[in-house]
Write a protein that binds this ligand. Structure first.
Ligand code: WTA
Length: 648
């Protein structure tokens, strides 16, 4: 198949920060002398005490440790708000677009300053200070950003939990972080439906047990009646009336923690990815600036939820550090109509639009008309994140949404990386649909084979990063050993991404998806082990194995093989019951798409489930099951295949 290549459009040659030669020169400089390069880039944020020690990082095998700008002193909220006040106090910082198109508002930097300070004072009056953990469980309303920035102002560490997670998932995150302060809303609103956030918080606190959560701050979103526990729960609007809109910021060391964000891995419960202050902010700001070719006055919209890292780095911290106008959208792409994204773009004259392939694939199904009836003239640049974008979706995004005018930046990165690592730069990089193209400044990707041998030239293998960049996570909260084990033990001395990757003859990177037991469902990361443990918690389930399979819209779907307890019979009702059970245990994003009842699972003689085989069956690739002779009972495979085929 002939590979399509899109040149840089001519108007971009005039406006972009860098052309191809500029990219190459800057990239060379960044990897040749990282110290000098990052010392210069650090100046894009304000330091109360500028760093003199720039890079102090060690990928092991011994003493894995990552420190950037380690003697610098700064504050993230100061950088995202205060320092802009004298130049852009009256500029809009946040455009908020509500679930219902009749609701929207604009918050200037001056107003943002007042709101964040009030929220910080409310927290400070209740004892929140440097190093304390605050859990944020919010809908997509400006108060979610205020809460994050208020934590940053006080030096408290926020842990944002996506509002779609269940009370149990919330409880385990509150527990792991030992978070005494929770910020939530009465209810969320998405696609016209209410999400019972406060009810979920109450249930989570019940699960966590007494003595952990002392305070719950409740933002009134819908005004729905909720249970308020005296002495513990307080409404934000009532508390805000009693405090001033001036709150001093803490001076923070560059390596003081900024936030914890829980994310799924191959094994065990979600881990608390810890990001720190200075390096994270420099990296988020710089990538936002270059990748989105952000210029003063641009209206920028990232459709992610602040519950994910994309929302952290590219709705809140990167854009606000750059003094941008960032749009926050409460709703969903299909409400009230399937044109909603494009209507919002026209309504707010959005220039830069950043979304996930799963959204594109689902909107594609409705054809071009819902897009074409809108103008989208303001659009200049499109972005993609979260999962590989298939060339068909890329082409549609480019041709239909962008009218063939707008470059697409396909940005590869992870919760762990803090910011974008592999991406085109819109004025510099020729695009190939489906490829995240080339490394960002300072990033040294390598492709290795299973033994860890570094492959050269055009090749395919596993993606590792050979050296640190400032936005990298520093540790797993409370478990540094797990950090070392997870990321630095597979290929000693290198950061292992968990992704497979191909590099072509032009040096372009093509991410092929996870090579571990993490699956990517509609751009959401999910550990198969988490879904399995939810399933086996059901009294009728004896064993479960979960794998991903190709899904037209979600990218990957969740395929669960379930063995029932002796005496239990498979049935359609039980299937539904199990799906509902997983939704309740983890959240709707973990709902299995397919459940296959299996009398036995393929195991080695030592009892290990051979997921490779289950994966192949789920993918309908019965011909390539590989060696099944080591199985304790090879006949279970035939049964699994028969049932899989029967379902078709
Ligand atoms: C996948 C989201 C291909 C990848 C920012 C990675 C991608 C995981 C891309 C991280 C992309 C993200 N192309 N795959 N442009 N972006 N991924 O932590 O498998 O939620 O490891 O971070 O998403 O997901 P996470």
């Amino acid at each position: 198949m002939e590979e399509k290549i899109y040149d840089v459009p001519s108007e971009w040659k005039h406006r972009a920060y860098l052309d191809d030669a500029g990219y190459r020169a800057k990239y060379e400089a960044s990897v040749k002398n990282p110290e000098a390069f990052w010392a210069e880039e650090a100046k894009r944020i304000h330091w109360f005490k500028p760093p003199t020690r720039i890079k102090n990082t060690n990928f092991g095998p011994e003493n894995v440790s990552i420190r950037w700008f380690e003697d610098g002193v700064t504050n993230v909220a100061y950088n995202c708000i205060d320092r802009h006040l004298h130049t852009r106090g009256d500029q809009v910082a946040i455009i908020w677009e509500g679930d219902n198109p009749s609701e929207s508002k604009k918050i200037t930097y001056r107003e943002l300053h007042a709101e964040v300070n009030r929220m910080a004072n409310i927290m400070r009056n209740r004892g929140v200070g440097k190093g304390d953990r605050v859990t944020i469980y919010m809908p997509m309303i400006p108060e979610a950003a205020y809460a994050m920035l208020a934590c940053a102002r006080l030096g408290a560490i926020h842990s944002v939990v996506f509002g779609g997670f269940s009370p149990d998932s919330l409880a385990s995150r509150i527990q792991d972080a030992k978070s005494a302060f929770v910020i939530t809303a009465d209810e969320g609103l998405r696609g016209g439906r209410k999400v019972p956030l406060k009810v979920n918080v109450d249930a989570a606190i019940e699960t966590v047990g007494p003595g952990v959560v002392d305070h719950v701050l409740v933002v009134r979103r819908t005004g729905g009646a909720v249970n308020m526990v005296p002495g513990r729960d307080v409404y934000y609007d009532e508390a805000a009336k009693l405090v001033s809109d001036d709150c001093p910021y803490e001076e923070m060391n560059a390596e003081d923690p900024l936030f914890i964000l829980y994310t799924s891995g191959s094994t065990g419960t979600p881990k608390g990815v810890l990001h720190t202050t200075g390096g994270y902010l420099v990296y988020a700001a710089m990538t936002h600036n270059y990748v989105f070719d952000y210029h003063d006055g641009d209206i920028y919209w990232c459709t992610a939820d602040v519950g994910w890292v994309t929302g952290h780095s590219y709705i809140v911290y990167g854009p606000l550090a750059n003094g941008a106008t960032t749009l926050m959208f409460e709703g969903v792409p299909t409400y009230p109509t399937i044109s909603r994204f494009w209507d919002v773009i026209d309504k707010h004259q959005v220039n830069i639009f950043y979304t996930a392939p799963t959204a594109i694939r689902s909107l594609m199904q409705a054809g071009e008309e819902p897009v074409k009836k809108t103008s989208r003239k303001s659009l200049r640049l499109l972005g993609s994140v979260g999962e590989p974008i298939n060339p068909e979706a890329w082409e549609w995004y480019h041709r239909v949404v962008g009218d063939g005018r707008c470059p697409i930046v396909d940005t590869w990165w992870q919760t762990e990386t803090g910011g974008i690592l592999i991406t085109p730069l819109p004025g510099a990089t020729k695009l190939k649909p489906g490829s995240a193209t080339r490394p960002f400044f300072g990033v040294k990707p390598q492709v290795v084979d299973a033994e860890g041998k570094v492959l050269e030239g055009a090749c395919e293998g596993n993606l590792v990063i050979a050296d640190s960049w400032p936005g990298q996570m520093r540790t797993v909260y409370g478990d540094h050993e797990r950090f070392v084990q997870t990321y630095f033990s597979t290929y000693p001395g290198k950061y292992f991404t968990g992704d497979g990757c191909r590099r072509d003859a032009d040096g372009y990177y093509w991410i092929t998806g996870r090579v571990d037991d993490v699956i990517n469902v509609s751009g959401h990361r999910m550990g198969t082990a988490e879904v399995e443990s939810a399933l086996v918690a059901h009294p009728k389930v004896s064993e479960a194995a979960v794998v991903g399979y190709p899904h037209d819209i979600k990218g990957q779907g969740i395929y669960a093989y379930v063995t029932l307890m002796a005496g239990e019979q498979p049935s359609e009702d039980l299937r539904k019951e199990l799906v509902a059970w997983v939704r309740k245990e983890i959240g709707p994003i973990a709902s299995p798409d397919l459940i296959q009842f299996a009398p036995g699972l393929p195991k080695t003689r030592s009892g290990k489930i051979m997921r490779r085989i289950l994966r192949k069956i789920a993918e309908d690739e019965f011909g390539s099951l590989g060696d099944t002779s080591t199985l304790a009972d090879p006949t279970v495979v035939d049964d699994l295949i028969t049932n899989r085929q029967n379902k078709r």
